[in-house]
Design a protein around this ligand. Sequence first.
Ligand code: R5P
Length: 286
Amino acid sequence: MLVFGGSRSTSLAWDVSKSLGCEIGKSEVRKFPDGETYVKLESKVSGVECAVVQSVRSNDDLVELMLMLDALMDCNATQVHAVMPYLAYMRQDKRFTPGEALSAKTVLKLIHELADSITTVNCHFLSAGGQSVYNHVGFMNLDAMPHLARHIGEKVEKPIFIAPDKGSLGYAKAAAAILDCEFNHLQKKRLSGTEVMMKPKELEVKGFDVIILDDIISTGGTIIEAVKIIRGWHPKSISIGCIHGLFLNGVDAFSGGVDRLVSTNTLENHAAKVNVAGLIGAHLRT
Ligand code: R5P
């Protein structure tokens, strides 16, 4: 197999190729003066099984991915695997008011047209790992949450997992089963894209090492609100773990407030301490 890295995931693609013991594909990616993306494959791919590792965080990432996948098809790769460790647009998988575009459907449909297989890590609208089908598109959703939970769990003595909202409760429950400890959740109401309101129900966390897990930290609003509330209950420490660290306000927004901030490297950032390359490599090997 040959692993190509998109420009969003260059170093993760290297790690995936190392974990597979295969070569990294060479390509040229650049921008035209008007902002359009240019992609050229430089490795020979005819008759070769290929994977493209490219997290999709922006519209440009998506276009680059599509160009690369289609070029691989055109150049007669035997199999083309699309691996998007973080895949944007998955937060709109339902229509809340008539006329809304289902971005999750559109994006998955486009990638499905251009690849033989699709792999993501902790897709936002799924609560469990494994093979999944959404709007007739089949894809593999890898679950990195156990790796994140173990990584943080090794650093604390008396863990308790708290989900910031009911949507993340499944993650807290599964993580608690791994570390054989308690779990619970807060109640969140989203007021806008940047504002959330927490309805705290009193939780007994005094003396515990609280671990808050969420799939995505975007503005940080959810986690910062959760930390404010939990701090008032006098835990021994507060650790934050997320799979996809977008950190729109920077990781410094958390400094001082929390004892530990950890994300995976589905997106590169200063808190990315859990490497998902092995998880992706193991799946591509099957
Ligand atoms: C919501 O359903 C997600 O699991 C995250 O809680 C949310 O995306 C985090 O966004 P933010 O960091 O902007 O509060």
